[in-house]
Design a protein around this ligand. Structure first.
Ligand code: NIG
Ligand code: FE
Length: 407
């Protein structure tokens, strides 16, 4: 047993479902002078300070803020190489899609990822995950999508599995071979989707290497029909679905997400009214990625419109070597506060319970309540307002994952 006592503010949502609309703010409770009892890897009880029982093993939170461990529900964690050479091109005006169409971008990382051994990819990802844990991120979603053939997609997914099994991290695997059209299928996206669905996906399913299937629905990448086909196959194999939608153009990806009951749709910078309405109807979570808007020099997604329409909003990093070379979810929280104009409570829900639901973990993660996994952060912060206001320093003071003090 461990008792965390003297918590100045315990900020947490309640329950296992995503918070939407007014509840994304109002569903986050700010409890003063609290204490939390941990039993093994589970939260046993939450008390007011005075009513907490005696315990031999006490952590004194020193009057600070405590929250559930943060969850990054969208990363492209497994990749070879970085792409710093692209930044000057972007600053001179080349667009993301122009760089991709000229064989750079994702296709550049494809070569570096295919050339990297499984162990190299493991070590790189392990380093990034250690940084994230140090910042209070206790669960991370990770996508394949830089292999784009049978051997290398499976290689990426095996790395993700090892990070959980051997590395002691909590990593949720997503299969995203539909991330770009590889050179072998240049000009034939339909042929590539067919190849993924009939040649790669069955092997992924046989080896139980993913929980989600994702597709990049975008101008010049995969259109709505190709995306529908990819996700229909994914669902037929029993996987949950996600869609990279409306990052650059609103070609119908977010409408499709709602129609198909996708768990989440990602990016949504260019989302329109039809997309927002479809997602609200479908119960699809919006995974917004403010670091990507920053790096691409783009608009910030209309988070307020989505919240107003009852779409649950999560905030994630999109960590990848191109559009967001940052794995700092705290920075994304600052950006969500300033650029999405989300309240501190909405931001907290976005990186805890809503993110937990976006990775299919609403039952076990995302809130500080009895029965949930003991993933907690003691922040070098007096309250939630301070946490989202301070920028550029790591404010995670103590991190507890599955009941173990990992920082
Ligand atoms: O989510 N949009 C597509 N995929 C990634 C970028 C990947 C890359 O540029 O390497 C994203 O932004
Ligand atoms: Fe992404």
């Amino acid at each position: 047993m461990i008792l965390i006592k003297n918590i100045g503010m315990l900020a947490t949502a309640e329950g296992n479902e995503p918070l939407r609309g007014a509840a994304q703010h109002g569903g986050v409770k700010l409890r003063r002078n609290a204490a939390v009892m941990i039993n093994g890897d589970t939260i046993q009880a939450v008390y007011d300070n005075g009513s907490a029982p005696e315990c031999d093993n006490v952590i004194d939170a020193g009057g600070r803020l405590v929250t559930a461990g943060l969850i990054d529900a969208h990363t492209h964690l497994i990749f070879g190489g970085w792409r710093q050479h692209e930044v000057p091109l972007k600053l001179r005006g080349a667009s993301y899609l122009e760089i991709l169409q000229a064989g750079g971008g994702i296709l550049n990382t494809l070569v570096a990822t295919r050339n990297a051994s499984e162990d190299e990819l493991y070590e790189r990802a392990e380093k990034a995950l250690a940084e994230m844990l140090d910042h209070g991120i206790t669960t991370v979603e990770a996508k394949s999508g830089y292999g784009l053939d049978v051997e290398n997609e499976l290689k990426q997914l095996r790395v993700i599995r090892r990070l959980s099994a051997e590395g002691g991290f909590s990593v949720v695997p997503t299969f995203m071979a539909a991330h770009a059209v590889p050179p072998e299928f240049k000009g034939d996206p339909d042929g590539y989707i067919e190849f993924i669905c009939t040649k790669i996906l069955p092997k992924v399913a046989d080896d139980e290497l993913c929980e989600f299937v994702d597709v990049f629905c975008e101008t010049g990448v995969f259109d709505v029909e190709q995306s529908r086909r990819m996700l229909t196959y994914g669902q037929a194999y029993g996987f949950k679905t996600k869609i990279h939608a409306d990052e650059i153009d609103a070609i119908g990806g977010s409408v499709l997400a709602g129609e198909m009951g996708a768990v989440s749709a990602e990016h949504l910078i260019a989302i329109d009214k039809a997309g927002i309405e479809s997602m609200a109807r479908g119960g699809t979570i919006a995974c917004l990625l403010p670091g990507t808007s920053l790096y691409l020099g783009k608009e910030f997604a209309p988070a307020r419109d989505m919240i107003a329409a009852g779409v649950p909003v999560a905030v994630c990093t999109d960590f990848n070597p191109g559009s967001c070379p940052s794995n700092d979810l705290q920075l994304c929280m600052n950006l969500a506060y300033l650029k999405y104009r989300m309240t501190p409570e909405e931001v907290l829900a976005a990186v805890t319970i809503n993110a937990a639901c976006a990775v299919g973990r609403g039952e076990t993660l995302g809130t500080v309540e009895p029965g949930k996994q003991a993933d907690l952060v003691i922040w070098d912060a007096e309250d939630l307002d301070y946490l989202v206001y301070r920028m550029g320093t790591n404010k995670a003071e103590k991190v507890i994952r599955k009941g173990n003090i990992v920082k």
